[in-house]
Design a protein around this ligand. Structure first.
Ligand code: DCP
Length: 258
């Protein structure tokens, strides 16, 4: 791996950062990002995995605004977005990206700080897939209007530029599988809010991943993002319970020491 482009580029990018290596796992809905992140965490104990804050989106805390007119302590924004995408997509994309920014900026845990080399932090998705996969897709589908899209891009670019290297990635792991396989996994996992998702929605998201990470045709606003190395892993085969497949995937992911 040390002779691979991912290694060389990761080293080059590191020299301009705070030495934390930030890597995101990308891929379609239900492809297995959380499972793969858990495997990575078990294999590399001092890597820190930051889970996607889905439960926050399912339980938006309203306690600060609680009053007679707003007696509910939480609301399920994920559910609201799937139920009425035109009304809620912009709000959802704002909230999900803000919660992700917060997790990108979290200080390192004590365990990761103690690691001998540079600490590695692994994210499930990133502020970049929020924008170039989901928000863009919702805009193209007409669920985010052009004013909302302009506002979204404005604050997104501003925040990413302000936070600088703290939200920049040194590598992307793309778990790649067909939309049909993701559909099967989505059905099996049975997250209630996602029950209305159709295959053509997963197909659109798949095309967006391919355009961004394989064909590199997505127009990205951030210069550094164009140079981030991408490791493509075949996630078509079931890997959740197959130790051999897990091993094969994991051996492809090794980052430089130091
Ligand atoms: N989602 C969205 N917009 C975003 C991020 C996520 O609409 N900017 C939605 C899509 C899913 C849910 O949130 O319904 C979680 O999606 P992910 O693909 O990020 O996470 P999964 O849990 O599906 O991933 P995996 O099963 O691969 O672990």
């Amino acid at each position: 791996f040390s002779s691979s482009p991912l290694y060389r580029l990761a080293r080059k990018q590191m020299s301009t950062s705070d030495q934390i290596k930030r890597v995101s796992i990308e891929g379609n809905i239900a492809v297995g990002k959380s499972t793969f992140a858990r495997l990575l965490q078990n294999t590399e104990q001092d890597w820190e995995v930051i889970a996607e804050p889905v439960s926050k989106w399912q339980n938006v805390d309203q306690t600060n605004q609680q009053s007679e007119h707003c007696p509910q302590p939480t609301s399920n924004l994920l559910q609201m977005m799937y139920h009425d995408p035109k009304r809620w997509s912009y709000t959802f994309q704002t909230f999900s990206c803000m919660s992700r920014m917060r997790s990108h900026l979290q200080p390192l845990s004590a365990g990761s700080r103690k690691s001998s080399g540079s600490p590695v932090r692994v994210y499930e998705r990133s502020v970049y897939s929020d924008r170039y996969i989901f928000a863009l897709n919702m805009f193209e589908l007409g669920c985010i209007n052009s004013t909302e899209w302009a506002v979204y891009q404005d604050w997104h670019s501003f925040l990413v530029e302000q936070f600088g290297h703290r939200v920049q990635l040194e590598g992307i792991i793309y778990l790649r599988a067909s939309p049909q396989i993701c559909m099967e996994r989505l059905g099996r996992r049975g997250r209630v809010e996602e029950q209305g998702i159709q295959l053509d929605y997963l197909e659109k998201l798949h095309t967006r991943h391919e355009d961004w990470l394989i064909h590199k045709t997505t127009k990205v606003h951030f210069e550094h993002l164009a140079n981030v190395p991408v490791l493509v892993l075949d996630a078509e085969v079931e890997f959740e319970k197959d130790l051999k497949v897990q091993d094969d995937l994991l051996t492809k992911v090794s980052l430089p020491q130091g």
